[in-house]
Design a protein around this ligand. Structure first.
Ligand code: TXA
Ligand code: MG
Length: 348
């Protein structure tokens, strides 16, 4: 099997080469990916949202390697990716009608459901919680790998804890290096921000209603439409979701949210103080003050989501000290883009 040639050092969770192997999608690549997962290795897996750092969800040692590679605290729960909604029963219990309706409407797609943990789902994946996060991704490569593997795959975004999520195979290799042995190149992610997380774990309406824990690829309006009632956003007090921590999704450069009308003046002021300043803007060809770098972020929310993380990476490549960004229109996936920008601008 070609997997043997990949030369993983599984015990260390590192490949022995300095750079990960990046394969183009093919039946052979999917078979290698499945073999990597079966052997307890870490796989860079493209999804429609962002690239995931994938491991066999039923293998606690492999799941442990995810936390080590990311530098992420082990009490932070992971999302289990499966090939179809029918697999839900293997990982979750007491699945409500609401949960099934959402799964039916949005899977495969950028929606993660929080459900009661199934009896055989390891607490290593759920960070010790009695709930579990599950999603069926839409990316054809993710689905092909999940089918070839046949089990559930735990996958956080394939970046170091707290930093910018990867939307290309090269981003994964740049951020995690040899910690990930194999990456399947699925091209640039089509959604570009993470899945929407909806908590449907409360089956007794007296204990609470379905709520959004993290805005993402599926807009709030679309969820409300399917359920025929408003979908509230709940920001948890006990911060268990890293996506709910103040500073997250952040580049090296300091991020500041600035009103679009103040952008040029604010950038000029900072540049005059000797800082290398980037602005995220759809008007890259406008006049920008000397010392200010315009980095393209489209105005349309879907396009902005697709481009956001690459734009934040570009700011760091240009070695800017600070990046100023106006908030996008908060409609549709624009809500998730604004959320990520606010988190990136959060206190460090
Ligand atoms: O789009 C996505 O969701 C990507 C791709 C790879 O699927 N994955 C992703 O994973 O964003 P990660 O680990 O970066 O973020 C998952 C979020 C975390 O904020 C985690 O705390 C939350 O899901 N989460 C997982 N299980 C949970 C649970 N049982 N209760 C509450 N939050 C949970
Ligand atoms: Mg993440």
């Amino acid at each position: 099997m070609a997997f043997a040639q990949l030369d993983f050092d599984l015990a260390a969770g590192h490949s022995s080469g300095a750079v990960p192997t990046i394969l183009q999608p093919s039946d052979d690549a999917f078979a290698q990916a499945a073999a990597c997962l079966r052997a307890g290795g870490l796989l860079g897996l493209p999804t429609e949202t962002v690239y995931g750092l994938a491991a066999n969800a039923a293998d606690d040692a492999a799941v442990g390697r995810i936390f080590a590679a990311k530098g992420r605290p082990s009490d932070h729960p992971l999302i289990i990716h499966v090939a179809e909604a029918a697999a839900l029963d293997l990982w979750a219990r007491e699945i409500s009608d609401e949960a099934l309706r959402l799964a039916e409407a949005f899977w495969p797609g950028p929606l993660t459901l929080i459900l009661k943990r199934g009896p055989s789902t390891s607490r290593a994946v759920t960070g010790g919680l009695d709930t579990v996060a599950v999603r069926v991704p839409q990316h054809p490569v993710a689905l092909a790998v999940l089918r070839a593997f046949g089990g559930g795959v735990a996958a956080p975004s394939a970046n170091k804890f707290g930093s910018v999520s990867p939307t290309t195979a090269a981003h994964v290799a740049d951020g995690l290096g040899e910690a990930v042995g194999l990456i399947i190149d699925g091209g640039a992610c089509n959604v570009g921000v993470e899945s929407t997380i909806v908590d449907v774990s409360q089956t007794d309406p007296a204990n609470g209603v379905a709520a959004i824990l993290r805005p993402g690829g599926v807009p709030q309006e679309a969820l409300a439409q399917v359920l025929g009632k408003p979908m509230p956003v709940r920001v948890s007090e006990q911060v268990r979701a890293p996506g709910q921590l103040p500073s997250h999704y952040a580049p090296e450069a300091r991020v500041r949210i600035v009103d679009a009308r103040e952008l040029a003046a604010e950038a000029a002021t900072l540049a005059a103080r000797g800082l290398k300043v980037a602005v995220l803007t759809s008007h890259v060809n406008d006049f920008w003050p000397p010392g200010v770098e315009a980095v393209f972020l489209p105005a349309n929310p879907e396009d902005a989501a697709r481009r956001l993380y690459a734009a934040l990476r570009e700011v760091d490549q240009r070695q800017c000290h600070v990046v100023l960004s106006p908030l996008p229109l908060e409609v549709g996936v624009g809500v998730a883009v604004a959320d990520r920008l606010r988190k990136a601008a959060g206190p460090r």
